[in-house]
Design a protein around this ligand. Structure first.
Ligand SMILES: C[S@@+](CC[C@H](N)C(=O)[O-])C[C@H]1O[C@@H](n2cnc3c(N)ncnc32)[C@H](O)[C@@H]1O
Length: 287
């Protein structure tokens, strides 16, 4: 079993410019259950994953599903450098996005865009790379994933890069994460909100199949062991109060108590992450 890493060890391995960005942001704790260093851990994980995306300084990147906390946008903005750009797209969850990008001092490298990834507003392939980091889970269905990746391939010059957690658990802390994460979908369905996403993590084979269905001609997939804590499966129990069907509500409440106990007992660890490099068809107009 690999040794548990400490945040200071992980930060020590990070580039100094990214550490400056994190220092400017300081402690960010949007709710009390999150430990003070959770944001640093999450950024460290995204940075580790994004190193596999082979992003060149000066690149023009489209980030699909940037989310309300800019967790991948910040390391992306660092990787593209002064002369690069990150178009950060989300269909509507902005939360603290602009506050964090502003505090981090990387506003000039980021262009936020609100739209649906299944119908991107770009007429041709204008991005050096299109990425979706821990965003596949937030699409409302498998079909939506295929449609969004089809669009990502269309607007990329050559390649897209996708990273998503796998459903693999090698220890109790990963299992605790997965059980609470899977409960989210059941709650959204009970609330009649399938569009809220949090669909079950795909296996590596499934994800490869999805990317091929979307039209990729060549796909390279890897599984990365992260060995870092996770923090984001938990959700407030008050969400359950809104479920109208009593039996379903009580059933999910019992499940919730079990899952929360597991998180408290074992902690929450990041499952291994699948990374996908996918290349589009070689179209003459893209040459
Ligand atoms: C899990 S979140 C944030 C992931 C973030 N990249 C990270 O590294 O933590 C994924 C985001 O995808 C967005 N999303 C879901 N479906 C979408 C769609 N069809 N078009 C654009 N964004 C979408 C959600 O609004 C959500 O904010």
């Amino acid at each position: 079993m690999s040794k548990k890493r400490r945040i200071d060890e992980v930060l020590d391995e990070m580039p100094s410019e990214l550490l400056v960005v994190l220092k400017r942001i300081g402690t960010y704790q949007p709710h009390v259950r999150l430990p003070p260093d959770w944001y640093q851990w999450q950024i460290a994980e995204r940075h580790m994953i994004l190193k596999h995306a082979k992003i060149a300084s000066g690149a023009n990147i489209l980030e699909v599903g940037c989310g309300p906390q800019a967790i991948s946008t910040i390391p992306l903005a660092f990787l593209v450098g002064e002369k690069g750009r990150v178009v950060a797209l989300d269909r509507g969850r902005w939360g603290d996005f602009w506050k964090l990008v502003g505090k981090g001092g990387v506003k000039s490298r980021v262009i936020p865009l609100q739209d649906d990834a299944r119908k991107l507003p770009f007429p041709y392939s204008c991005f050096d790379l299109t990425v979706c980091i821990h965003g596949i889970r937030s699409f409302e269905s498998r079909k939506a994933c295929v449609e969004a990746i089809e669009e990502m391939l269309r607007v990329s010059k050559e390649r897209v890069f996708i990273a998503e957690s796998s459903p693999i658990t090698r220890n109790k802390a990963q299992k605790a994460h997965l059980m609470m994460y899977n409960l989210r979908r059941s709650v959204f369905l009970a609330l009649n909100h399938p569009e809220a996403g949090d669909i079950p993590y795909f296996s590596q084979n499934d994800l490869v199949r999805i990317v091929k269905e979307a039209g990729a001609t060549k796909v390279d997939a890897k599984l990365l062991e992260v060995n870092m804590p996770h923090h984001l499966a938990w959700f407030p129990p008050e969400m359950l109060d809104k479920i109208k069907d009593r039996a379903r509500r009580e059933n999910l409440r019992r499940e919730y108590v079990k899952c929360e106990k597991r998180l408290d007992r074992y902690g929450e660890q990041h499952p291994p992450v699948i990374t996908i490099d996918a290349w589009k068809k070689d179209q003459p107009e893209n040459r």
